[in-house]
Design a protein around this ligand. Structure first.
Ligand code: ZN
Length: 246
């Protein structure tokens, strides 16, 4: 543990010396409040048992387009009913932002934990369950509207099926968000990876744009990327960020 304290001190020094710090948040960020994503083995098994189809197959545009009622049954029950709450990480990140020590958060999750914890400059790379829109007239709808409207949520104005504001499996990433994320990483002096997931390619995909001074990784388990980092802290981000004292 003494080692851990020393590492937190080093991290604090790195952040204090940086003029532009960017965070990338992975699935570990939603898991640190006890939430299990639909791809985790336990949830995936449970979903397959309940709906007769895997999360990878049900959370797709093909399923959304062709089996719309079933899609929304799944989406409502599994993703909208108990979204993960912001953790100490989100609150600590908001304080870092206010102190001018964090310039941008690139969020790989879809639950707006950083924003709900008070962060302002967030790029929701994979969309958000809270921002939904009619694909026809572009009218926007809240998460509650989608969650609470019968079988299939429809646009009040034109009757079209509302499109959830999230990226489905196999879909292309929004190119505007992607180039904004790339631009942020290119500007970063310090890149802080939080809660990296083992199977995510988001990290390797984006880290290559980083040309700044220090790469810092904070996550629970070892990852191949650790070798490239200047500092690795093996812990949940909330345990580390809350100790920085911003
Ligand atoms: Zn409409």
């Amino acid at each position: 543990m003494e080692n851990q304290e020393k590492k937190i001190e080093i991290l604090k020094k790195i952040l204090d010396e940086s003029n532009y710090t960017v965070v990338i948040g992975g699935s570990g960020m939603m898991e640190e409040c006890g939430y299990k994503g639909i791809k985790t083995p336990e949830r995936a098994y449970e979903i397959e048992r309940r709906y007769g189809i895997s999360p990878e197959d049900i959370f797709t545009s093909v399923f959304y387009n062709n089996r719309t009622a079933q899609f929304f049954e799944f989406y409502r029950n599994e993703m909208l009913m108990n979204p993960p709450e912001p953790t100490e990480s989100a609150y600590a990140a908001a304080k870092m932002e206010q102190a001018g020590k964090l310039q941008c958060i690139i969020d790989g999750n879809i639950f707006e934990q950083p924003q709900r914890g008070g962060c302002r400059n967030v790029i929701p790379l994979h969309g958000s369950i809270y921002r939904n829109a009619c694909p026809h007239c572009r009218k926007t709808y809240s998460m509650e509207y989608v969650r609470d409207s019968g079988k299939i949520p429809r646009c009040e104005d034109c009757g079209r099926v509302i499109r959830p504001g999230v990226m489905f499996f196999g879909e292309m990433m929004d190119s505007t968000l992607m180039s904004e994320a790339t631009r942020q990483i290119e500007s970063a002096e310090v890149l802080l990876l939080l809660g990296t997931s083992m199977d995510s390619d988001v990290f390797s995909k984006y880290v290559k744009y980083f040309d700044g001074g220090k790469l810092v990784i904070i996550h629970k388990n070892h990852h191949d990327l650790d070798e490239k980092a200047d500092l690795v802290i093996l812990d949940e981000p909330k345990n580390v960020l809350s100790k920085l004292g911003y």
